[in-house]
Design a protein around this ligand. Structure first.
Ligand code: BES
Ligand code: MN
Ligand code: ZN
Length: 501
């Protein structure tokens, strides 16, 4: 999709060229002088009059009108050079990319060097451009008879630069991989529950494994029974859809050691079960496999970029339904770990499926565990819709996740996790644990329950109930699924250092 080219882009017959414009006294200095000369100084005039804006994120479309071979120039304001950082640059690039989708063109060019500034190296600009473009132009193809799929699609992007082209090519490819894998996760989350059943999710994972040569294991019901995954099975009991435990393995080191386990909640639809959700709360519960999607998205990046790490992904997938067979409040169930659980609320199903998945990740040798789940409405009450809630039993592991989240611009906030919290999930007359200790601090309770199955293994819990979807379109995508944590997890894996203290 990306061609890296050298030379003067303004002497080529591009449909459109994206040009970054810093807010500085000599706007058309340096690399842009030749452009202004082509237009006989008129561009400078347009900047002075404000028709072309250098204000950050403002986009100005200018037609070539025969003065340049280039048909259109799409200027995007970058603001003051000193104030532009990597995160802001991505938002700028997302904004200008969105503008392109309405143009009905099949190709365009970008003058990469117009974005070069003190604080951001050119390969980072290339990565940011490819990632932001891919994310910003994502759209879920809907099912209307007249679908929203564009008639004309951009197939080719010509990136003009004087920088070392092999480095730029690699950065573009990596940026595209990050964006595209995030979009894959978005699509999984946006798919309705009747179209993405546990069977379909398992097939998707199998295909992903084939494409990237990952090891794959899909446990069906009888194997799940044999392994004694009573918590996972209880959630599936009321469903006509068979459950699957999906395992993907990526070995990037000679020995299978320092294994990172990624565990993602894969509830393809959550009715709440007999603790039925109210009618307003049930709509949208097709997104309850957002954790699974984040893990699969991260595995897509890992498969494509092949870091020197060992990763095992474990995804328990089922829906949570009501029927004569369904599990009930007051039921006592036995997890694979041997721990027994008193079910107080069938709508606290995520922690039950995760319990057995955590144990199974350890069986596959996981030495570090990260679970990702749309686990609680409580995290939304506590942190709002734009922050992922975290719990951990290990400072050093959490630090590494947090650093990755900063690089990915995905906000994570750690919640407290104390002895008292642990006592509350262990408080049951009937069993070792209860799955719903009450409303107070229930985002913490959800995480604390999962933590019982991490035991002494270093572990981080990420509750993405608020962040997996968004109600409004933004610079880097439309409303709906966000693909949150795909990039954080991939960066975390890439940089992971087991010896850091
Ligand atoms: N899937 C929900 C959590 C959720 C809520 C995700 C809103 C996305 C948006 C989860 O299974 C759930 O129902 N949690 C309950 C737990 C409670 C019963 C302890 C909740 O948060 O209300
Ligand atoms: Mn639920
Ligand atoms: Zn749920």
């Amino acid at each position: 999709m990306f061609n890296v080219l050298q030379g003067n882009v303004f002497e080529t017959d591009q449909e459109c060229v994206i040009v970054g414009l810093f807010d500085r006294p000599e706007k058309f200095a340096g690399k842009l002088t030749s452009l202004d000369e082509l237009f006989a100084g008129e561009l400078s005039e347009l900047v002075k009059s404000g028709d072309i804006s250098a204000k950050r994120k403002e986009v100005s479309l200018i037609h070539g009108l025969g003065k340049s071979k280039v048909k259109r120039l799409l200027f995007v304001g970058l603001g003051k050079e000193k104030e532009l950082n990597y995160s802001e640059l991505k938002l700028v690039l997302g904004t200008v990319s969105k503008k392109l989708t309405s143009m009905r063109i099949e190709s365009f060019a970008v003058m990469l060097d117009s974005f070069i500034c003190e604080r951001i190296p050119s390969d980072d600009i290339a990565h940011a451009f490819a990632e932001a473009y891919t994310l910003a132009t994502y759209e879920f193809a809907n099912y209307k008879q007249k679908s929203n799929e564009p008639e004309v699609k951009i197939k080719e992007i010509n990136v003009y630069t004087e920088e070392e082209s092999s480095e730029i090519e690699l950065a573009l490819q990596t940026g595209y991989t990050y964006g595209n894998a995030t979009n894959s996760a978005r699509t999984l989350v946006n798919l309705p529950g009747n179209m993405l059943t546990p069977t379909e999710l398992a097939t998707y994972a199998k295909d992903l494994a084939t494409k990237y040569e990952l090891e794959v294991e899909i446990l069906d019901r009888s194997e799940i029974e044999k392994l004694g995954m009573g918590a996972f099975l209880a959630v599936n009991k009321g469903s006509v859809e068979p459950p699957y435990m999906i395992v993907l393995k990526y070995q990037g080191k000679k020995e299978w050691n320092d294994v990172i386990g990624l565990v993602g909640k894969g509830i393809t639809f959550d009715t709440g079960g007999y603790s039925l959700k109210p009618k307003d709360g049930i709509v949208g519960m097709k997104t309850d496999m957002g954790g699974a999607a984040a893990v699969l998205g991260a595995m897509e990046i890992i498969g494509a970029t092949k870091p020197e790490q060992n990763v095992v992904a474990v995804i328990p997938t089922t829906d949570n339904m009501v029927s004569g067979d369904a599990f009930k409040p007051d039921d006592v169930i036995t997890s694979m770990s041997g721990k027994t659980i008193e079910v107080l609320n069938t709508d606290a199903e995520g922690r039950l499926v995760l319990a057995d998945a955590m144990t199974y990740a350890k069986h596959h040798g996981a030495n570090y565990l990260v679970d990702i789940a749309t686990l609680t409405g409580g995290v939304i009450v506590a942190l709002g819709l734009d922050k992922t809630g975290a719990l951990t039993n290990n400072e050093y592991l959490f630090e590494q996740i947090l650093e990755a989240s900063h690089e990915a611009d995905e906000f994570i906030w750690r919640l407290p996790y104390t002895e008292k919290d642990k006592q509350r999930v262990r408080n049951s007359k009937m069993a070792d644990l209860n799955n719903s200790p009450g409303r107070e601090g229930h985002a913490i309770m959800g995480g604390a329950f999962v933590g019982e199955f991490a035991e002494d293994t270093p572990w981080v819990h990420l509750d993405i109930a608020g962040t997996a979807t968004t109600k409004s379109a933004h610079e880097l995508g439309p409303d709906g699924a966000t693909g949150v944590m795909v990039r954080t997890l991939a960066i975390f894996i890439d940089n992971f250092n087991p010896n850091r203290e």
